[in-house]
Design a protein around this ligand. Structure first.
Ligand SMILES: [Zn+2]
Length: 461
């Protein structure tokens, strides 16, 4: 039994159903869960630890809905800097094929360190190649040492070049091996309970790297065990053309034909969708991980964020893999989402001042995508807002900093509008992952050196 009292924050944004923002706010935390949220003067006076956060903004911990941690090893690779998705993948597959278990472990820590410092407390990851004896266990072990919540997607590729797919045959596996390992991971790690630190997701990689049969079998296995399903979908126009030619359907209709729609499914990207497809997501309950930086980096397009919100589709944010972003900064992603949605509105002819302009994405809406939106996409009702009974997952940002100077009329909006900063506190389940701006669970200096050595080895081959 341990208690933590946090008090005197300049503003605490709960992101609860009423979107309460509490001045001079604080929380009382008991054994990793929030017991009280409110004005500091209304909270208990005593606790095992008391943290005075005057001059700080408190937000719910941010939720990242799509990533490939291992790609932190291949940021800014020269040959892949200026390629579109398919050429970018073809350049990187052979480099990724050299990874070993240690590389997966190291790169997971790197990505989670970056995420933690940028405000993330729960991250989904999508690992879909397992070369040289590596496995999802390597990633989960690293996440457990970091102390953050992880939704580890057992990705897979089964459609190699020889069968008409995009990846080389050397990085794809047989359906039998994939399904057997998926079941092993579910039985070993998946924890569906409130406060869960590890959940398993089944995630065949994309329509152009996976057979229809593996998609179907993965859905059956996931539903037998109440596991969520995830894949890349409708990311580029090339994918549209591939799906039409190979399967006779556009991506969303292809998913419907495979029984790959429902409350238990979320898709990364979903840039190229029309009104009818957005309606399919809404009526079936599919979620979307919007990845604005990656979509810009690979010139994939601009996702219809406003239309998703208006339709009531579950929508969260993903930084995507670090080879197509090339960073894992959650506050930066929330800012980029806001700016890109406004650019789209502008391209469509809307002027912010005209009366018939469509509503643009506000800072608070973007923050919502990064918190409760992401929680809904991952199927969690115990994270995403600061309320009694929820996990004690929160971040705090010191407002006395250069980046926010002159913006303190509205600290919540400043966190999204101003240049993205690193957080000063990151707390997961009542435990400090970042304290006074420093990671508590990783010695960053030696780690960076090891990671850079691994990246150099992979590139040199
Ligand atoms: Zn991705």
């Amino acid at each position: 039994m341990s208690t933590l009292l946090i008090k005197n924050a300049t503003v605490l944004a709960t992101m609860d159903d009423h979107r309460r923002e509490i001045r001079e706010g604080g929380l009382f935390i008991h054994d990793g869960f929030i017991e009280q949220v409110g004005r500091s003067i209304d909270l208990p006076l005593e606790a095992d630890e008391i943290l005075d956060l005057r001059n700080h903004l408190i937000l719910p911990g941010l939720v990242n809905c799509h990533h490939h941690f291992y790609q932190t090893l291949t940021r800014a690779v020269p040959a892949a800097q200026n390629a579109n998705l398919f050429n970018w993948l073809k350049t990187l597959y052979p480099i990724w094929a050299r990874m070993n278990p240690e590389d997966i472990f190291l790169s997971t820590k790197t990505a989670l360190a970056e995420l933690a410092l940028s405000g993330c407390t729960t991250a989904s990851d999508h690992l879909y190649l397992f070369p040289n004896g590596s496995s999802l266990d390597d990633e989960i072990a690293a996440a457990q040492e970091m102390g953050m919540r992880i939704h580890a997607s057992r990705g897979s590729m089964s459609l190699g070049e020889s069968k008409g797919g995009l990846p080389p045959d050397s990085v794809v596996d047989s359906e039998e091996v994939i399904l057997k390992d998926s079941l092993r991971l579910i039985e070993r790690y998946h924890d569906p309970n409130p406060g869960s630190k590890v959940q398993i997701v089944l995630a065949p990689c994309s329509p152009f790297s996976v057979t229809s049969e593996l998609m179907r079998q993965s859905a059956i296995l996931a539903r037998e065990h109440n596991i969520h399903l995830h894949t890349h979908l409708a990311e580029t126009q090339d994918e549209d053309a591939f799906c039409l030619q190979k399967f006779g359907h556009k991506p969303v209709a292809y998913m419907q034909s495979l029984d790959w729609v429902g409350e238990d499914v979320w898709f990364a990207h979903s840039v190229h969708v029309g009104k009818d497809e957005i309606q399919v997501y809404k009526t079936t309950g599919c979620g979307v991980a919007h990845c604005p930086s990656s979509n810009m980096r690979l010139a994939s397009g601009i996702a219809p964020v406003r239309e998703y919100i208006q339709a009531g589709v579950k929508l969260g944010l993903g930084v995507d893999g670090s080879a197509s972003n090339d960073g894992s900064h959650m506050l930066a992603e929330a800012r980029t989402a806001m700016l890109l949605a406004r650019l789209r509105a502008g391209i469509e002819g809307a002027s912010l001042s005209s009366e018939d302009a469509p509503p643009i994405l506000t800072a608070r809406e973007s923050l919502e995508l990064a918190t409760r939106g992401g929680a809904a996409v991952l199927g969690r009702n115990d994270i995403g807002s600061l309320e009694p009974g929820k996990c004690a997952d929160l971040i705090a940002i010191d407002l006395q900093r250069l980046e926010f100077t002159g913006g303190l009329h509205d600290p919540v909006a400043a966190a999204i509008f101003c240049v993205p900063v690193n957080v000063d506190y990151n707390i997961v389940g009542g435990k400090f992952i970042v304290r006074e701006g420093q990671l508590t669970t990783l010695d960053l200096g030696p780690h960076i050196e090891r990671h850079n050595q691994a990246a150099k080895r992979l590139l040199e081959g």
